[in-house]
Design a protein around this ligand. Sequence first.
Ligand code: ADP
Ligand code: MG
Length: 452
Amino acid sequence: MEREELWKSVLSELEIQISRPNFLTWLKSSRLTDIKDDIAVVSLPNYFTKEWVENKYNKLIISTLKGINYSIKRVDYVVESAPKPVSFPKEQETKVLEKQLLLQETKIDPETNLNPKYTLDSFVVGSFNELAFSAAEAVIKNIGTKYNPLFIYGGVGLGKTHLIQGIGNEIKSLYKNKVKIKYVTSEKFTNEVIWAIRNRRIEDVKSVYRSVDVLLIDDIQFIGGKEKTEEEFFYTFNSLYENNKQIIISSDRPPKSLPVLEERLRSRFEGGMIADITYPEYEARVAIIKTKIQEKELELEQKIIELIAKRAQRNIREIEGILNKIIFYQSTKEKVLSTEELGKIVAEMTDRGAINISPNQVIKSVADFFEILPNDLTGRSRSKELVEPRQIAIFLLRDMLDMSFPYIASKVGKRDHSTAIYAYKKINNDLTKNPNLHQKVMMIKELVNKAE
Ligand code: ADP
Ligand code: MG
């Protein structure tokens, strides 16, 4: 059977077995991209969907697949493409943005490839990235000896490039020329290796990369699958590692989820320190906006700051985009924008975000996630199983929609508003300590954002 056909019949069976909203949200856009021996490769549109499907539906998918093609024993899930940018700038804006980009790029140090704009001073630290940040600090103090390699992973626009470039810039300013640093994206590395092979210059590339003290390699997920490049990288890695040189890697997923990567590289990555960067919570988003507007010398009233924090939930790049847009409009209008105008810009740029979300959508998504009924959440039952779903619903109504506690309390379980405050604080606090809870909350958020 053809791959496509096979997947179609798998999907039609899955459709019967799980609820319609869940099917539409999680599986509809999946594709079977490859079958290698007994492994089926299923691609999903983003990291959250992948995690979700892997955690919740893997067993079901395997058994369904096996029913049709019993040689299949395992499924590997991959992310197909990065999310598209928030909005496409109009022509005039493009020019301004291009100019800004050009200005930034001309400042890049050709020796290290570091962009001085990425400093650790301008890097906001919160519970969502504090593990990665403290690992970074430790590495700066103990180059090559403490955590090697340091592997940082997280979704798009959450600060991986900023952090690893920031480490490079910090080391550069602390150790001056005593430490040789190089930053490279895995794509650039790949291109260099391919070019070098073609032009018989591979020794040059080798000597460049093996002479550094700190190698920063960004977006390692793109290195996989190209045999020669992976091999070259593997030898470079080993050579640096054996000489106690520091290697810092960023990736959009943890080593174990880098499916195309050779096992020997994966196990090397797992031998050092692995730290993730997750999504910033509301308070962290406010802090980020405040830092950014200070840097950009933009003045915004608290109300607008809070509006942006509420609406910009996708990632930090989205926040940056909104602020840049405001600056752009401000400069073309030559006057300070009114609160309404600002609100409109924010709404336009986040129209897939919180603006369209209703409290019922949040409640329904939480219920769907825990496979209970929305009425269970809003009802008065004191059943134990409802404690966590209710607390999460309360947390999200506050975090995503900024609803008042008395309102939330009346909506969820008809409680006193102090119960709602307690629940909000509890989840907010536990999120930083409990990765499992964090994962759940992030997945539910994704469900809310996707709900129609
Ligand atoms: P990634 O490499 O993970 O896709 P970036 O490092 O490019 O993300 O970050 C996207 C944008 O958000 C950049 O403009 C970056 O400066 C900003 N940013 C990310 N994390 C932080 C942070 N913790 N503090 C301040 N700015 C941040
Ligand atoms: Mg990046």
